[in-house]
Ligand binder design. Structure first.
Ligand code: AMP
Ligand code: GLY
Length: 440
């Protein structure tokens, strides 16, 4: 069968690997840039912009895929799944109406409130500046201001981090209203974040193992927010600071939100619901939903998926996820991204990197390598301005998985860095201690 894949990051390299692993899929990829890993797995590879709908349609007409898989958030939010449906091509990705789950933070907060689903922090949506300052005061100066549209992960500003005073908070909220016509202001939650991604066919929700991402650029969670520097998941499909009931709470929220989405819009959400949750002293809270796989989180889960991924995709489209036994290996995984020096603010693009040959062709049961943004030229690999390559260590314990990923990162030479602390016992212990204090 043929699958049309849209996207060209490490996330999509990992999706491409999972789709082709079964041996029954021929991949045709539509991408903004050439990803050497996806290119090698694809029969056809078309370069084009995600906003060029005519180009996407032409490629889809030529390929005639059995289904499509859309990786990134922007084409999903723009309605590429709706576009492909005009050709009767179904996508493992939601239609635009239900993709608002990610593209509009106010839509999701309002939906959760309207259907009396637990998980929302205190929040208000403002359409004009009247009352913003009072609400910030009401929240005791601990607040978060969220732009209500896709901002490439840069739309959220937090008191004490980006916003020093109430005036700063109010000013940013006003800017958001000018840009998107409204703004979400909410209580600042304190706790540990985790990602719970679920396969969703509109009616059934099947969770993947939970993952913890690391957004800050530098060791010790210092520096600017990035697209994600790395992530880990544990062999028991929990996280060291999570309890089973936390996961059950998060699952219930996703199940109820999937149902509410259908009741609200009449459209079944078919794809990946990725909940960003926080365990707090008062239980699990919802930070946000994404309508796609997480990057890097997908690299923690698809490599250990035992079930044929194509079968999972078919069940998502067929609405019968309940009939497929979806299993993951009991392995710990640690993913680390190699990024250019200066990333994310002043990345040194265009520099050559060298990877030791043994690392380039790893043993897939213990190490995976996924290309993100690199330029493969005749004489080797060159950096672009974003994340370059991800390595995933896979082992029985976090400790060993971390060492495998770390060693692979050490085998990349050039003007790059990575976070040595992701997945280490020291960093994880810090999080466990924090949660222990909280839960008392
Ligand atoms: P988002 O763009 O919604 O993923 O938000 C980016 C980051 O902001 C999240 O990963 C959290 O670390 C943080 N964040 C968002 N909402 C809240 C909140 N209500 N309280 C504390 N932190 C938050
Ligand atoms: N892990 C962050 C994201 O995929 O949005």
């Amino acid at each position: 069968m043929k699958v049309l894949l849209i996207g060209n990051g490490a996330r999509e390299h990992c999706i491409a690997e999972a789709l082709t692993r079964s041996g029954r899929v021929k991949l045709a990829t539509y991408a903004k840039a050439k990803n050497p890993g996806i290119f090698a797995l694809s029969e056809e590879y078309q370069l084009g912009s995600y906003t060029d709908f005519r180009s996407i349609l032409n490629f889809a007409k030529k390929v005639k895929p059995d289904f499509a898989f859309i990786g990134p958030d922007d084409p999903i939010a723009d309605g590429v799944a709706d576009l492909l449906l005009e050709l009767e091509i179904h996508s493992v990705a939601p239609l635009k109406t239900v993709a608002r789950l990610e593209s509009s933070k106010s839509f999701t907060r309002d939906l959760v409130q309207k259907y009396k689903i637990p998980g929302n922090p205190r929040f208000k949506v403002f359409f004009d500046p009247v009352g913003i300052k009072e609400f910030l005061q009401e929240l005791g100066g601990n607040y978060v201001v969220k732009a209500d549209g896709l901002m490439g992960g840069k739309g959220v500003q937090i008191s004490g981090e980006h916003l020093a005073t109430l005036e700063d908070g109010e000013a940013y909220a006003k800017k958001c209203i000018e840009k998107f016509g409204r703004v979400v202001v909410e209580e600042k939650l304190i706790g540990q974040e985790f990602s719970l991604m679920s396969f969703v066919d509109g009616k059934h929700v099947v969770d993947m193992p939970p993952v913890q991402d690391h957004k800050r650029a530098f060791v010790g969670d210092k520096g600017a927010n990035t697209g994600g520097m790395g992530s880990y998941s544990d062999a028991n499909h929990l996280l060291p600071f999570l309890e089973k009931r936390d996961l059950e709470e998060a699952h219930l929220i996703t199940e109820k939100v999937a149902d509410a989405l259908f009741r609200e819009t009449g459209i079944l959400f078919k794809g990946i619901m990725y909940g960003g949750f926080m365990v707090t002293a008062n239980g699990v809270r919802l930070i946000e939903y994404n309508a796609r796989f997480g990057d890097p989180e997908v690299m923690n889960v698809l490599p250990i998926l035992k079930t044929d991924f194509v079968e999972v995709c078919e069940a998502i489209l067929g609405g019968n996820l309940n009939r497929v036994k979806i299993e993951f290996e009991n392995k710990a995984t640690v993913c680390k991204y190699i990024v250019p020096e200066g990333y994310p603010e002043n990345p040194r693009a265009g520099e050559k990197i060298e990877i030791e040959p043994s690392t380039l062709n790893p043993q897939p049961s213990t190490l995976r390598m996924y290309y993100a943004s690199v330029d493969q030229r005749d004489d080797g690999l060159y950096l672009s301005s974003s994340r370059a390559i991800a390595f995933v260590g896979i082992a029985d314990t976090l400790d060993i998985a971390e060492k495998i990923a770390e060693q692979a990162c050490g085998n990349v030479k050039g003007l790059v860095f990575h976070r040595e602390d992701i997945g280490t016992a020291a960093l994880i212990e810090k999080r466990v201690r924090m949660m222990r204090e909280f839960r008392r």
